[in-house]
Design a protein around this ligand. Structure first.
Ligand code: SF4
Ligand code: FES
Length: 256
């Protein structure tokens, strides 16, 4: 059942889990449809659901059973594609990796679009500025000379230098949790730097200097204030702030 609410979170009781694990939960979702109103508003949806289900399951149920206009992105539903990052109870998370039982379901669970990117509708934001910053750091292997006739060898030690940053799924949870990015959309943002790091520290790549120069820009790594929001937000457990620090150090020492 859906109810429009005037303002942000109050608290309302919900049922204790039954022996079957089913609980009654209220999802307070930030709705926005520019074809209907220029203003966003909160709307409550209450449903009975298994406490071990994920927030993504709840969003599907709401869309299928209560309001087909509810709009959100998702693809893999298993933490791989990175398309369903959203703010859940005020923190960036993937809806498909967030279990309802882990996020205080006795209170209304707030769900809203990630910050710092223009909301197009409900939980969907315009990802183009995010992907433009990603493209700008040349996120691909650059080599010169002839095509190799066999694989390019790399020691375990060299591979380990950028292992962490290979795990990025481009969900934007880090970039959209960064206060610098909220205040100034020109900053490359943590995700672009993570993906630059992945190639700068790859011993097979030859464009490290070029990428460092790109990030030496006024909107590059020096904008980072080391707040660690990005590291806390990353659903892949990447040490984002550490990667940014390593890129800064490489810029100073020119050793990578
Ligand atoms: S670094 Fe983590 S939070 Fe940032 S885009 Fe990649 S996977 Fe998402
Ligand atoms: S739907 Fe693919 S990561 Fe959540």
């Amino acid at each position: 059942m859906s109810t429009a609410v005037m303002e942000q979170p109050g608290q309302s009781g919900t049922a204790e889990p039954t022996t079957s694990g089913m609980i009654t939960v209220t999802f307070r979702i930030r709705r926005f449809n520019p074809e209907v109103s220029a203003d966003a508003s909160w709307e409550d949806f209450t449903l009975e659901i298994d406490s071990k289900d994920r927030v993504l399951d709840a969003l599907h149920r709401i869309k299928w059973e209560q309001d087909g206009t509810l709009t959100f992105r998702r693809s893999c539903a298993h933490g791989i594609c990175g398309s369903d990052a959203m703010r859940i109870n005020g923190r960036n998370r993937l809806a498909c990796k967030t279990l309802i039982k882990d996020i205080s379901p006795e209170k209304p669970i707030t769900v809203e679009a990630i910050k710092g990117l223009t909301v197009l509708k409900d939980l969907v934001v315009d990802m183009e500025p995010f992907f433009q910053a990603y493209r700008d750091v040349m996120p691909f292997l650059v080599t010169s000379g002839n095509e190799p006739t066999r694989e390019r060898f790399q020691s375990d030690e060299d591979r380990a230098r950028f292992d962490d940053t290979t795990k990025c799924i481009l969900c934007a949870a880090c970039t959209s949790s960064c206060p610098i990015y909220w205040n100034d959309g020109q900053y490359f943002g943590p995700a672009a730097i993570v993906n630059a790091h992945r190639f700068i520290f790859d011993s097979r790549d030859e464009a490290g200097e070029q990428r460092l120069e790109i990030l030496n820009d006024k909107d590059g790594v020096w904008r980072c204030r080391t707040t660690f929001n990005c590291t806390d937000a990353c659903p892949r457990g990447i040490e984002v702030t550490k990667a940014i620090q390593e890129v800064k150090r490489a810029l100073i020492t020119r050793r990578f």
